[in-house]
Design a protein around this ligand. Structure first.
Ligand SMILES: Nc1ncnc2c1ncn2[C@@H]1O[C@H](COP(=O)(O)OP(=O)(O)OP(=O)(O)O)[C@@H](O)[C@H]1O
Ligand SMILES: [Mg+2]
Length: 446
């Protein structure tokens, strides 16, 4: 390959660095700008193999494969630059390759940072959008036990009717999962789903969050006021978790929303109409609280038009194994390696009482999977409380009722004989005290 006078003049005039190699990957030319950027001199590299004089250069790859490489980042001796590399083709044959390089200057660096920041912003935007969305659907609720199948059927029915729902169940049973599923099964599924945990904020803050406020409603109120979550949830569903934590005054305010379908922001005199479905949840016995006067009875009735009770996990043991398998699979995906469960460990998990319900099961599997060394979760890899409960259950020996009765009779006869004496006369008294015949007493002693 030959570089003519005119090409040379053009290359020398360029501000970009140029390196040309022939098809044997030997350097045949570099321009002045190349020397300026990389600090290598023409005499030192022209005529020599690229792989030796420019170690790590990707141009030889390009010449061999015939495939261009654009915007490759390179760094040698603390000088950073971007390189475009293309093969030179004559008559359908690769005759060499050309590298064109640019210093990475401040503008380039800023552009790059801008691109990174934009990526982060886009990611956050996506996440913010998801806050107003319920992500779980009824298909995500793992179940096999007949009790759960029934709960799910009921859920679907309730979802279709646009009623307020009260979900009850112990902590960790999946109330939030059901709440999201109800929203996603309902005609409101394209509307927002706004979850509010009533236990997290104190009641004054909660009031301004839920109902919004007017400008100047209280010290520290934002200029222009603030829309409340009921308004944010307009056309969709609001999920009031831990509803028992509302104080009496807020309960009254919520009751008004249910009756009038309007909200009045703090400090405002105007009522605004809202179209919101309310799903409330609690792990307390709200009915008992209402009976004891700790929760408004009228609100309780309004909220629990449709009631959905999620059973504790120990009352639907048929779900345990499918849940375990699901959480194992999730752990495998996360750890990118296979995780098995020994039969013994499975037995412990199936028989455990699960006071923390599905959440406890999920955490247990996640943790045990993370700690495995040879890919198998064994019983000694489970939390101690689970191992201990298994031991306790194993120690309880279940005897037949016949055996239990026989033992009880023997004890009682022995006590009576001690009292009345082991003589013939004594035995007569024993039989009388035990309410059996003397013959039968002799029989039993035998
Ligand atoms: N049937 C199920 N299938 C799959 N995952 C479930 C199931 N039930 C619960 N989970 C998971 O268990 C965890 C606890 O569920 P969730 O947060 O809905 O419980 P909760 O009843 O709202 O608990 P709390 O009263 O403590 O708020 C979540 O990670 C949830 O995804
Ligand atoms: Mg919850």
């Amino acid at each position: 390959m030959h570089i003519g006078e005119m090409e040379r003049n053009i290359f020398e005039a360029l501000y970009d660095g140029v390196l040309i190699a022939d098809k044997e990957c030997r350097v045949i030319y570099i321009n002045k700008a190349y020397t300026r950027i990389t600090k290598v001199n023409s005499e030192d590299i022209v005529g020599r193999p690229l792989d030796i004089v420019r170690k790590g250069s990707m141009l030889s790859e390009v010449i061999k494969s015939g495939e261009k490489r654009l915007a490759a980042r390179r760094k040698t001796d603390n000088i950073e630059y971007v390189v475009n590399m293309v093969p030179i083709i004559e008559n359908n044959e690769i005759v060499g390759g050309i590298s064109i390089l640019n210093e990475i200057n401040d503008v380039y660096k800023l552009a790059e940072e801008l691109r990174k920041s934009n990526n982060i912003i886009n990611e956050l935007k996506k996440r913010v959008k998801n806050i107003g969305n319920a992500k779980y659907t009824i298909e995500d609720i793992i179940s096999a036990d007949p009790k759960s199948e029934h709960t799910k059927e009921l859920t679907v029915k309730i979802s279709e009717m646009d009623l307020n729902v009260l979900i009850t169940g112990e902590s960790g049973t999946g109330k939030e999962l059901y709440a999201q599923s109800i929203h996603n099964e309902s005609r409101r599924k394209r509307g927002p789903f706004i979850p509010v945990n009533c236990a997290v904020l104190d009641n004054n803050l909660l009031e301004s969050e839920l109902f919004g406020y007017e400008e100047g409603a209280f010290t520290g109120a934002k200029k222009g006021g603030k829309r409340g979550l009921f308004q944010e949830a307009n056309g969709g569903t609001i999920f009031l978790d831990e509803i028992s934590e509302l104080d009496y005054r807020l309960q009254a305010k919520l009751l008004r929303v249910l009756q009038e379908r309007t909200v009045r922001p703090v400090g405002s005199v105007v009522e605004t109409e809202v179209d919101v479905r309310i799903i409330a949840a609690t792990n307390k016995n709200l009915e008992a609280l209402a009976a004891a006067g700790e929760f408004r009875q009228d609100l309780y009735y309004r909220l629990s038009v449709a009631a959905l009770n999620i059973y504790p996990l120990r009352e639907r043991r048929g779900d345990i194994m499918p849940l375990i398998n699901n959480f194992l699979k999730e752990a495998e995906d996360k750890l990118k390696s296979k995780v098995d469960l020994s039969q013994e460990a499975a037995n412990l998990l199936i028989n455990y009482e699960w006071p923390g319900n599905v959440r406890e099961l999920k955490n247990t599997i996640e943790f045990a999977a993370m700690m495995v060394e040879d890919g198998v979760i064994r019983s000694d890899g489970l939390p101690k409380r689970i191992q201990d409960e298994g031991l306790k259950k194993n120690m309880i020996e279940v005897r037949s009722l016949k055996e239990v009765v026989r033992q009880a009779e023997a004890n009682e006869i022995e006590r009576a004989l001690l009292k009345y004496g082991d003589t013939v006369e004594g035995k007569q008294k024993v039989a009388k005290a035990l309410g059996i015949s003397l013959a039968s007493l002799y029989n039993k002693i035998k």
